[in-house]
Write a protein that binds this ligand. Structure first.
Ligand code: NDP
Length: 457
């Protein structure tokens, strides 16, 4: 969030409010979308007002209107033979710098507002990776929790019966997100191949035997930790011996934890939507294997961790931010770390907050972290490793090649370093690096310049 005591920010406050009022009027009730746009507009508006070429072309107004939204019904049959209907969306936000790219989310909290916020964020994130990818997001209010594998398969197949018309390797390339992992991508890709009779890099996050990339599964969590390591290195420090609190126990959380452990840090928490576990002895690689099996194979609850490891305690209905740590990595979902959590973390001396999830810190939380002058890494920079590896999967599919684990990991590391450096370049405020400002402006410039080049379209 731009510091409103900054003289440039102060002078554009009326323009910002007028812009936001228009956006809210055009998109009523879409709270998550308003929040995501305000977060970007607060940093970018002073920059736009300072550059006539962006201001006169109404770039911010155009960027906040998705290119296209597809809404459709997904009908499927459950194991009892009852007919069920869900709603699904694909928000194709911007293809200014490349084909649409972004995940699919299956969760009961999915609404158009949530997908518009995620699609908007994705435009900036994909721009930051340096790869030619536009931004999109999709998903459904389908709840995978408690569903059998057959039910999940039938749902994925039915969804693809409609979605296949709207995607393609040069048009729109979906991937996974909450509730959509390798299993669901496999089911959707199987149906896509059947409908289209072609093998193409039209989804990423595929299994390794049919076009997937090594390190894609690990990439978001690993990338987030590489980003935090870059921030600490920037001031001559590292993750070695740091205590790290992580929320979530899904794809992003478990691989973030794995990389922290590999870099010498100590992970003390993991969570799911029911509560969190605190293991002061540290969650090492062996304990993480248990968590992966619990969550990916048995699809159980994190509470089970305490039955296996006596060093841990379970905290029902709570979030992990009350646990003292040097580094906090929110890796579950949006708005999961609020102002009170930020105050508690700061009181405990937190040095780094890296967003593995999308928009996990609330606006008040961000303001407090920035005022506290700690390292705050916004998701569009810190979790861009996932989509970057998806971009690398697309390249391998196009080349009909598979790169080695080390090759993909090295490219991922170097992309995260480059994103970090772009944030430093655009976010330097008299020596303090405002990574939020840096990420928003760096992401904006590339997309805006492409839009200007196309003329008024
Ligand atoms: P997963 O479905 O693998 O895991 C999600 C985790 O978050 C689970 O532990 C889940 O708990 C928990 N969770 C979900 N909803 C809530 C909630 N409302 N309150 C508390 N906890 C919740 O998803 P991912 O790990 O893939 O995604 C996590 C975050 O990272 C999301 O914000 C996603 O958009 C973002 N992200 C993911 C990328 C990827 O490559 N997968 C790329 C970039 C960002 P439970 O088991 O109880 O549901």
């Amino acid at each position: 969030m731009t510091n409103v005591s900054d003289p440039i920010a102060k002078t554009v406050q009326p323009e910002l409010e007028q812009f936001m009022q228009g956006l809210i009027k055009r998109n009523p009730g879409e709270m998550e979308f308003h929040q995501a746009v305000r977060e970007v507009a607060e940093s970018v508006m002073p920059f736009v007002m300072d550059h006539a070429k962006y201001r006169d072309a109404q770039i911010l107004e155009r960027m906040t209107e998705p290119d296209r939204i597809v809404i459709f019904r997904v009908t499927w049959e459950d194991d009892q033979g009852s007919i069920r209907a869900n709603r699904a969306w694909r928000v194709q936000f911007s293809n200014a710098i490349g084909a649409y790219k972004g995940g699919l989310r299956f969760h009961p909290t999915v609404t158009l507002s949530v997908l518009k916020f995620l699609g908007f964020e994705q435009v900036f994130k994909n721009s930051l990776t340096g790869l030619p990818m536009g931004g999109a997001k999709g998903g459904s209010n389908f709840n995978p929790r408690g569903k059998s594998e057959r039910e999940v398969m039938r749902f994925c197949q039915s969804l693809m019966v409609e979605l296949h018309r709207h995607i393609g390797e040069d048009t729109d390339v979906p991937a996974g997100d909450i509730g959509v992992g390798t299993r669901e991508i496999g089911f959707m890709y199987g149906m896509y191949k059947r409908l289209e009779n072609r093998v193409a890099g039209v989804l990423t996050g595929k299994g390794l035997t049919f076009g997937g990339s090594l390190v894609r599964m690990e990439a978001t969590g690993y990338g987030c930790v590489y980003f935090c390591e870059n921030m600490l290195n920037h001031r001559g420090d590292s993750l070695e011996s740091k205590t790290v609190a992580i929320s979530g126990s899904g794809n992003v959380a478990t691989y973030a934890a794995e990389k922290v452990v590999q870099l010498g840090g100590k992970v003390v928490t993991l969570a799911d939507s029911d509560g969190f576990i605190h293991d002061p002895a540290g969650i090492d690689e062996q304990k993480l294997e248990f968590v992966k099996e619990l969550k990916e194979v048995r699809r159980g609850r994190i509470q089970e961790y305490t039955e296996r490891f006596a060093s841990a305690t379970y905290h029902e209905g709570k979030r992990p931010w009350g646990v003292a740590c040097d580094v906090a990595l929110p890796c579950a979902t949006q708005n999961e770390l609020d102002g009170d959590d930020a105050r508690t973390l700061l009181a405990h001396g937190v040095q780094v907050v890296g967003e593995g999830a999308n928009m996990p810190v609330t606006p008040e939380g961000i303001r407090l972290l920035l005022d506290g002058k700690i390292f705050y890494a916004p998701g569009k920079a810190a979790n861009a490793g996932g989509v970057a590896a998806s971009g690398l999967e697309q390249s391998q599919n196009a080349l009909r090649l598979s790169w080695s684990r080390d090759e993909v990991d090295e490219r991922l590391r170097s992309i995260m370093r480059e994103i970090h450096d772009k944030c430093v370049e655009h976010g330097n405020e008299n020596g303090f690096i405002n990574y939020q400002q840096g990420a928003n402006i760096a992401g904006f410039v590339k997309v805006a310049d492409a839009m200007l080049a196309y003329g008024v379209v």
